[in-house]
Design a protein around this ligand. Structure first.
Ligand SMILES: Nc1ncnc2c1ncn2[C@@H]1O[C@H](COP(=O)(O)OP(=O)(O)OP(=O)(O)O)[C@@H](O)[C@H]1O
Length: 304
């Protein structure tokens, strides 16, 4: 049984359906990403997991506990860093971690945790004076100080510069290596590719893809991208509609085709049939970014 199990989750706010029929499994020891565009229902989902929001329908269990009912157990099991940490501006970094530690039965040593998260030099600095990266690390420290089995990190690198982002990613890997399960809410495909064992892509409150990042890319009809310059002119539409071809785009002389491996072979055969060769041919697996955009666009078209 998964550490976190969500089945048929539904939550509405007035007429807005924030989440609908959503399933999510988070196995112990993994980093699981919840991805999706603005308003997809990611935060609502993790709020239901954390027991901060009660769903209209469906079930959520965390190590067998129901989050909005078994509050004490869930506070012990799950650390939460949500989008705005809401820490008082005047507390120092150390005081903030000590304050949250005091709410737990068997907390981590606040000073040791502050050091481990690279906040030692600013332990005496007030929250409002910390940099964005330091504030995020402090939010992670407050989520971890109760030594939870799982932690929810919601858009933890939004607004950080590339170096601070990479340092935060190292921190997440360290959290996972120490045995804590991580639910990572993110907009950033590179972040998901770098950190996540599995991802769930949500759009319009529903799951539109689930698997390892590689599985999600491979499962798309546009799993491969090939670009080339045909050495002879092709009749208009010569490559459109070939079996396995998802899209054909032209940029000057260069042609970019996305599709399955069958699509790549069909394009090469069509070129030969038209007496052309693919000069400067490059064939690459599509990125998670490309797969994600395709998923989100088709979900938006389906509901339009
Ligand atoms: N407390 C609330 N009251 C009313 N509507 C809400 C509330 N919380 C969320 N919503 C709506 O529910 C939908 C899903 O919101 P949610 O915050 O879960 O999305 P999200 O994927 O986390 O988005 P973002 O990436 O922008 O944070 C949105 O249409 C949002 O406006």
């Amino acid at each position: 049984m998964a550490l976190i199990e969500v089945r048929g989750l539904r939550k509405t706010y007035g007429r807005t359906v924030a989440v609908d029929s959503l399933d999510l499994d988070v196995d112990e020891g993994q980093v699981v990403g919840v991805l999706g565009p603005n308003g997809a229902g990611k935060t609502t989902t993790v709020e239901c997991v954390a027991g901060l929001t009660r769903p209209d329908a469906g079930t959520v269990t965390l190590a067998g506990h129901v989050p909005w009912r078994d509050r004490v157990a869930v506070t012990r099991l799950l650390g939460v860093q949500l989008q705005s940490s809401g820490l008082p501006a005047k507390l120092t970094a150390r005081e903030a971690v000590q304050l949250v530690a005091a709410c737990h039965d068997d907390p981590d040593d606040p000073d040791e945790l502050v050091d481990r998260l690279g906040l030692g030099p600013v332990a005496g600095t007030r929250y409002a004076k910390l940099s964005g990266g330091q504030q995020q690390r402090l939010a992670i420290a407050t989520a971890l100080v109760g030594r939870p089995r799982a932690v929810v990190l919601d858009e933890l690198t939004t607004g950080l510069d590339p170096e601070a982002r990479r340092q935060t990613w190292d921190l997440v890997r360290d959290v996972r290596d120490r045995g804590t399960t991580v639910v990572l809410v993110t907009h950033l495909m590179e972040e998901a590719q770098q950190l996540c064992d599995r991802i769930t892509v949500v759009a319009g409150g529903r799951v539109v893809a689930e698997g390892t990042p590689d599985e999600v890319v491979a499962g798309r009809s546009a799993a491969t991208t090939m670009t080339f310059v045909p050495t002879a002119a092709l009749p208009p539409g010569a490559l459109d509609g070939l079996p396995g071809v998802a899209s054909v785009r032209r940029a000057g002389d260069r042609v970019e085709v996305t599709g399955s491996d069958d699509g790549v072979r069909a394009v090469l055969r069509a070129l030969t049939a038209h007496g052309a060769e693919p000069a400067g041919l490059r064939v690459a697996a599509s990125t998670l970014d490309e797969a994600y955009l395709e998923l989100v666009r088709s979900a938006a078209e389906a509901t339009a």
